[in-house]
Design a protein around this ligand. Structure first.
Ligand code: HEC
Ligand code: HEC
Ligand code: HEC
Ligand code: HEC
Length: 140
């Protein structure tokens, strides 16, 4: 096993600890999988966001591919994105950062709804925002 793969596996193991929580509590996308995060974690009040955006299909984000083919009837709920998306691009598999940006921004762009500016997602956790997060209401 290569050293970087070993590191990735270790990191994944550590991330799984925080994955013991349900998505109901989630208000931001955790950035622990990035070696040196430079931004505030992106706002994402999981359940409220998906309800508002009408995203009933878990697998539209938690996807599974086999040999490049999307498996429409399978989902990867329970598996962090970082388990499959590495720090850099691997063939057709975008890097972890690109995976998030592609997934999140392309839909906002397409629907002309939802934030596209860096600071709208990577928002500083002010007290006002923490309060909104605590009540489960999406900020912004
Ligand atoms: C639609 C929301 C969204 C927008 C807009 C967005 N990002 Fe992100 N970005 C994310 C998510 C989700 C992650 C995954 C980790 C996290 O939560 O910070 C991420 C991760 C990152 C990371 C890697 C982790 C880190 O903190 O170093 C960087 C760097 C980054 N974004 C920079 C930017 C920049 C620069 C812009 C504007 C050009 C931008 N992002 C716009 C959602 C967004
Ligand atoms: C708009 C995209 C999107 C949709 C749709 C979506 N999720 Fe998620 N979900 C995410 C992201 C992003 C994460 C954080 C992933 C990571 O940290 O690697 C997440 C994390 C989770 C987690 C882990 C929670 C945690 O605290 O880390 C669970 C459980 C989960 N989702 C379940 C679901 C279920 C069940 C559905 C369908 C009802 C669903 N998701 C639909 C994007 C989505
Ligand atoms: C079980 C492994 C796995 C998990 C978990 C996973 N992905 Fe992927 N993802 C892949 C593979 C493999 C590809 C490349 C597909 C191809 O060959 O075109 C991909 C492609 C993508 C793409 C580009 C193609 C597209 O559908 O737009 C985006 C964006 C993406 N993933 C985002 C995410 C996000 C965000 C998460 C977490 C919510 C996630 N992925 C979780 C394996 C995974
Ligand atoms: C398939 C479409 C889709 C995807 C994928 C998606 N969004 Fe959104 N998002 C929306 C829509 C639609 C809105 C506007 C909802 C409203 O205000 O009515 C929105 C709004 C938001 C907002 C503003 C506050 C809120 O919750 O209403 C944030 C922050 C946000 N999205 C972050 C993200 C992040 C981070 C991701 C990726 C993990 C993501 N979105 C993926 C459709 C999407």
């Amino acid at each position: 096993m290569g050293r970087s793969l070993f590191a990735a596996v270790m990191l994944t193991g550590m991330c799984l600890v925080s994955w013991a929580f349900g998505q109901e509590e989630m208000t931001r996308v955790n950035s622990d999988a990035f070696e040196n995060p430079s931004r505030h974690e992106a706002l994402f009040v999981h359940d409220a966001h998906n309800e508002k955006a009408g995203l009933g299909e878990c697998a539209s984000c938690h996807h599974i591919f086999e040999n490049g083919v999307l498996q429409k009837d399978d989902s990867s709920v329970g598996t962090p994105c970082s388990e499959c998306h590495q720090p850099s691009d691997r063939g057709e598999t975008p890097s972890l950062m690109r995976a998030f940006h592609l997934k999140c921004k392309s839909c906002h762009q397409e629907l002309k709804s939802g934030p596209l500016m860096c600071g709208e997602c990577h928002k500083r956790p002010t007290r006002w925002i923490r309060n909104q997060e605590a009540t489960g209401r999406p900020a912004g």
